[in-house]
Design a protein. Structure first.
Lengths: 395, 612
């Protein structure tokens, strides 16, 4: 009997849940993630006490200072989409700091959002005819821009226009020929090796040496940023007609291709191979963790590192493009550039960034940064990756 | 009852009978309506949070540029990259030529063929590692048995990133296994980057599934049937073979079928431990979706689904044929684990279990221990810093960041909520599909679809179908937030309830229910008071699975959540991954602890079934 009561209660629960979720949908008929009070709450240190009356749900704790709604006031909100690590990953997340700085200088509130599918989320919204609430996207790269332009009929972004500070962007980092995306930082992808286990080869060809058999772990170019950068680097070095031959030899020499950067790095740290494709800033993390730097050596092949500039760009349909442009200009300021590079453990996009002395001691920059341009990637990228996949699997 | 015949003396009796039967009829009607209404509610739920969202993606495989077409499938089927030698068959080559090439040593399996091959191997190993655990848990009594039983399905909820860390640390070149092997002078195992690594990781995930389902079936075996067989002169072996085993086969095969389906749709773990040379179908579905090649991605996912569903359908046909009448209920008594005598008959099975325990320790326990060790280790050795990070994030985290405690709380709330939905839904679907009607096994297989559809596709479908919603006139109806998450989890979890409850219901002696009905019990009452108690171990196992599915669910949750305050533990783990895995592993250990405690509680609340 007791059991029966329980089951009856569960039964009504189910019905309520169905009804509830449909009802819930009605509330957020704009279809966005942002219509709910919870997500439009932001930590605004300057908000006046009166603003605090909006109920804070339990669980978003007191440390988020206050949850004053500023939407009814004069301070406009800038909604910025980005990838989640920019906000949340403890080792590389300048998002919180950037928000604080911007809000202390401008009469505006930044609201971050990090959809799981990153830029694809916005592409999907546009192609399904659903409105986009974000004003800016931070963290777009060249191949994503190529993909967007290939798949969408209408432009997802608008031209940045004249942005103060953009003149200082370093040569070779600007990657958008249409001037929509401006780079704000860059990383370099290169092998990292354990010098207590091996002496690293200096060139791509050196990787094919018998003594490096089974020494390298890289990542799947179809699903990993570092893996893709490494593949593109080989295409840049050998050309699109010969890169597959190099990979065929590399595969014969026992290269291991794992799924993600963390898969590869974990296997490398456990000593499954002495060399891994990673970032040239590896020693920064190694020192923070108290690792032996001899086990974290950077090797730029042929003195080159593959640059992966990250860009920021304004959505077509941003509420206040003027404010968005102010944000871009703000990010390009020398001190902000330096701090973003530091907190994102990367390199500034401008040549006048203020960096702490000795920053380059641990964060290594290649003497020859290389990267494939938008035009080179356009129309070819997917074919290159698919050809690589098919060859690698069939070997 | 519509006879016009008049018989004065019996008039009253007849009238009373008429009244009684009218009352029974009314009750039956209400009862049937309640069942039907609940069935319809289930159908609506399934359509809204599963079939419709998935359809919004699948349609892209058959409608390209506004034209209905099958060309996407034709292209995939004829591509040797996907189908190996079979592709030539689809291209119209002679079956004989293809068959002879398939037998040659340098045959190409293609991605689909390889995926099926590794799923087959994983299934065999999962069954081999799962069944002895069921034997131990169902037949022996020892301290901690119930806790161990409730913890069996723990691996099921672990994110692949955790399993990857645990496995590399355990089985890697410098791991404890190889250190132990070389210490006793044995050759070390080359484990990483091999098919072995993938198969054993799949067994880590799925052997517990086989074990849990088989344990439930074993605990439902009626002891009196065995006693009858023994009293009729059957040897213990004979009694096992003729009475017990036939009741276990369906459970073992179901575990095997589900394992095949899960490992057929496997994704991140394959690339984490084996590498790209072992890429499966789902790897390409994911990559194609990333590149927005929806037509090919959907086509591939539909083929994947068709293969999975045909395996499940084949199993369901088998399950239906296995039907036997059981009055269930008096479970076999358990033997002490300590051998009662030193005879070979009591020592041999226990020695076998000791060997099994050693293997199980290496495959299941060591990786878990390695995960915990990893969370307490950095370059300098022992550290609390990863846990310190969790505390700091809890105290100082901003609204746009994931905080540990809300993640724990949400996981538990969503888990309980979806359990509350999945359990009744699963039981009703089990009752409906064990009724006799034409094509019921097809319906049953379709009801299993949430287990077999590519997770990547479900994610996109949920985004399109629910978060974006549909435009009706001027308004856009969209679904998101906590209730939608609970609904999505329930839909993902209820098939387990069906699968653990249906076989028991099917095997119940129909006369039991009929007698109850004749005595005036309504259909619902017969279900709740007679049938469910008889299959209770299955209900508890199904509940544990439904809860586990909810705890482990990632792709729908992260898309349906309206803010970081609705994120769950697996999402927190993923979001804490930066360039060092420490903080994520600490969150993983939190997940491990919270989930373990929950499983023990569910199992205790479910009670130890002792029959009627």
């Amino acid at each position: 009997m007791r059991r029966r009561r329980v089951l009856t209660a569960l039964g009504t629960g189910a019905v309520a849940a169905v009804a509830g979720c449909i009802g819930d949908g009605d509330d957020s008929e704009d279809g966005g993630d942002n219509g709910t009070p919870e997500s439009s709450e932001t930590a605004t240190p300057e908000a006046t006490p009166e603003d605090n009356e909006t109920a804070t749900p339990e669980g978003t704790d007191e440390e988020t200072e206050d949850s004053g709604s500023t939407t009814d006031g004069e301070a406009p909100t800038l909604t910025i989409g980005t990838y989640s690590a920019f906000l949340d990953a403890p080792s590389i997340s300048p998002g919180g700091w950037l928000k604080e700085q911007f809000e202390s200088e401008y009469d505006a509130t930044i609201e971050w959002e990090a959809p799981e599918n990153e830029i694809n989320h916005y592409i999907e919204r546009q192609s399904q005819g659903v409105s986009i609430d974000a004003d800016l996207y931070v963290g777009i790269n060249t191949d994503e821009l190529v993909r967007i332009d290939e798949k969408l009929d209408d432009s997802l972004f608008i031209e940045a226009g004249e942005i103060p500070g953009s003149d200082n962007i370093r040569d070779g980092l600007s990657f958008d020929p249409s001037g929509r995306a401006l780079p704000f930082d860059t990383g370099y992808v290169s092998p990292v090796y354990d010098s207590t286990q091996m002496e690293a080869p200096e060139t791509f060809e050196g990787l094919l040496d018998e003594k490096y058999k089974g020494s390298l772990i890289a990542q799947n170019p179809g699903t990993s940023t570092t893996g893709r950068a490494f593949l593109l680097h080989t295409i840049d070095h050998f050309g699109e007609d010969s890169y597959l031959d190099f990979w065929s030899d590399l595969q014969d020499n026992g290269v291991q291709i794992l799924g993600s950067w963390s898969d590869a790095y974990t296997a490398w740290e456990e000593g499954e191979a002495p060399m891994v494709v990673s970032y040239s800033t590896d020693q920064v993390f190694a020192e923070q963790a108290g690792d032996d730097l001899a086990k974290h050596q950077i090797q730029f092949l042929n003195d080159e590192g593959y640059a992966n500039p990250e860009g920021m760009t304004i959505f077509n349909g941003a509420d206040d493009p003027g404010l968005a442009r102010e944000f871009m200009s703000f990010v390009l300021q020398p001190d902000i550039q330096g701090e973003i590079a530091k907190q994102n453990v990367a390199f500034p996009a401008t040549d006048d960034a203020t960096l702490p002395d000795g920053y380059n001691k641990l964060a290594k920059e290649p003497s020859n940064p290389v990267t494939l341009s938008y035009e080179q990637l356009q129309g070819s990228l997917e074919d290159w990756i698919e050809a690589w996949e098919r060859q690698f699997i069939s070997n | 009852m519509d006879s016009d015949e008049h018989n004065g003396a019996d008039e009253r009796t007849q009238q009373r009978q008429r009244l009684r039967s009218a009352g029974a009829h009314l009750r039956d009607t209400v009862d049937r309506w309640a069942f039907t209404a609940f069935g319809l509610g289930t159908l609506v739920l399934l359509i809204v949070v599963f079939y419709y969202p998935v359809a919004t993606v699948f349609i892209e495989a058959v409608v390209v540029d506004g034209q209905a077409t099958l060309s996407v499938f034709v292209e995939i089927l004829q591509d040797p990259f996907y189908f190996g030698e079979l592709a030539r068959l689809f291209s119209g080559e002679s079956p004989l030529a293809v068959a002879s090439d398939l037998l040659s040593s340098d045959r190409r399996l293609g991605i689909v063929g390889f995926t099926a091959y590794q799923a087959f191997l994983s299934t065999v190993v999962s069954v081999v590692l799962g069944v002895p655990a069921a034997y131990l848990l169902a037949r022996y009594e020892f301290p901690g048995r119930r806790t161990l039983r409730s913890l069996t399905i723990l691996p099921f909820v672990l994110p692949s990133i955790m399993v990857g860390v645990g496995f590399v640390a355990t089985f890697g070149e410098s791991g404890p296994l190889n250190s132990a092997l070389s210490a006793i002078g044995l050759p070390t195992l080359d484990f990483m980057f091999t098919l072995k690594a993938i198969v054993i990781a799949h067994a880590f995930y799925n052997a517990p599934l086989v074990a849990r389902i088989t344990t439930a079936a074993w605990e439902s075996v009626d002891a009196s049937a065995v006693e009858t067989a023994r009293s009729l002169g059957a040897s213990p072996f004979r009694a096992f073979r003729d009475v017990v085993a036939p009741q276990l086969y369906p459970a073992v095969l179901m575990g095997a079928a589900l394992t095949f389906v899960f490992t057929f749709g496997t994704f991140p773990i394959v690339l984490a431990l084996g590498g790209f040379k072992f890429a499966t179908v789902e790897v390409f579905v994911y990559r194609l979706v990333q590149d927005l090649d929806y037509a090919e991605a959907a086509g591939l996912a539909i083929i994947e689904l068709a293969i999975s569903l045909s395996i499940l359908y084949a199993y369901l046909r088998y399950e239906a044929r296995q039907s036997m009448d059981s009055r269930g209920a008096q479970p076999l008594s358990r033997k002490p684990l300590r051998p009662p005598s030193l005879s070979a008959r009591s020592l041999l099975p226990r020695a076998g279990l000791a060997v099994y325990a050693l293997v199980a320790f290496v495959v299941f326990v060591l990786p878990l221990v390695s995960m915990i060790v990893a969370s307490f280790t950095d370059a300098g050795g022992f550290t609390f810093s990863n846990y310190q990070f969790l505390l700091e994030r809890q105290a100082e985290g901003a609204a746009f960041q994931v905080q540990p405690w809300p993640a724990v709380r949400n996981s538990l709330l969503f888990g309980l909520g979806s359990l509350a939905v999945a359990l009744p839904v699963g039981v009703v679907v089990a009752v409906l599909t064990t009724r006799d009607f034409r094509g019921r096994k097809v319906v049953d297989a379709a009801a299993m679809a949430p287990l077999s559809v590519s997770g990547v596709i479900v994610g996109i479908g949920v985004l399109r179908g629910l978060v974006f919603g549909v435009e009706l006139g001027e308004t856009r109806i969209a679904v998101g937030g906590a209730l939608a998450i609970v609904a999505a989890h329930a839909v993902a979890g209820y098939p387990f309830v069906v699968r653990t409850v249906a076989p028991g219901l099917e095997n119940l002696d129909e006369q039991l229910v009929e007698s109850a009905r004749a005595l005036g019990a309504s259909r619902t009452r017969a279900l709740l008071d007679i049938e469910l108690p008889l299959v209770w171990p299955g209900v508890v196992a199904g509940a544990a699975f439904a809860f586990a599915i909810s705890i482990g669910e990632f792709s729908s949750t992260v898309i349906l959540a309206t803010g970081t305050d609705q994120f769950t533990m697996p999402i927190a783990i993923e979001r804490f991954i930066g360039r060092r895995l420490g903080p994520a592993t600490a969150m993983g250990v939190v997940l491990l602890l919270v989930t373990s405690a929950s499983f023990v509680v569910i199992d205790r609340l479910g009670g130890e079934h002792r029959g009627l």
